[in-house]
Design a protein around this ligand. Structure first.
Ligand SMILES: CC(C)(COP(=O)(O)OP(=O)(O)OC[C@H]1O[C@@H](n2cnc3c(N)ncnc32)[C@H](O)[C@@H]1OP(=O)(O)O)[C@@H](O)C(=O)NCCC(=O)NCCS
Length: 164
């Protein structure tokens, strides 16, 4: 059965494969530009978990991972009610509701972990914004110099949703 579950350290290889496929699309909204090694991916998973965050993955029946959502909790006690996330779904499985399910699960994880605001940063031209709006996220800030792509600055929006 297909399911959303929390990451395990043993998922590094499969996560790397998924993330690598998205990196190789060379989308302007994806910040890493090289495919991580298994060791780098293992360290990445461990650092998210060590910092009280989590990674939710969408697993198919055959064990392959086709979606991931990383939640990073803000580190200071006065800010730890806030968390941000990043999300990727493999190209061949988009527009089937997987992204939406991952975000709904992320909201539940936040609630269960005492987080009261979930946010993300998104390039203002990313078509995913309509998905975030549908799920209750609103724009709380705009940085007109948010990202520099080939010597040009482009605006980045911060979007957030309260968790209740
Ligand atoms: C953003 C992303 C995770 C959404 O995952 P998904 O499984 O396709 O999401 P859902 O099926 O739940 O929702 C799809 C909706 O998202 C929006 N959307 C997201 N990306 C889109 C794109 N590239 N083109 C058109 N619509 C897009 C549309 O509203 C779409 O609705 P539609 O299918 O009815 O047109 C996925 O498109 C992705 O991995 N994109 C590349 C990486 C990325 O941009 N990550 C987000 C960085 S902030």
């Amino acid at each position: 059965m297909e399911r959303i579950r929390k990451i395990k350290t043993g998922d590094a290889e499969e996560l790397r494969r998924l993330y690598g496929s998205v990196v190789n699309e060379e989308l302007p909204y994806i910040l890493r530009n090289s495919v991580p090694s298994v060791e780098e991916e293992t360290r990445f998973i461990q650092s998210v978990l060590d910092n009280d965050g989590t990674i939710l993955v969408y697993e198919r029946e055959n064990g392959s991972l086709i979606g991931m959502l990383t939640i990073n909790r803000m580190p200071h006690p006065q800010l730890s009610h806030r968390a941000s996330f990043g999300i990727s779904v493999s190209k061949s499985h988009r527009s089937q509701g997987i992204g939406e399910s991952l975000i709904q699960h992320a909201k539940v994880w936040c609630k269960d972990n005492g987080i009261s605001q979930l946010s993300l940063e998104v390039l203002a031209s990313n078509p995913a914004i309509s998905l975030y709006e549908r799920l209750g996220f609103v724009v709380i800030g705009e940085n007109s110099m948010g990202i520099k792509l080939e010597k040009e600055y482009h605006p980045v929006l911060t979007m957030a949703v309260p968790i209740s």
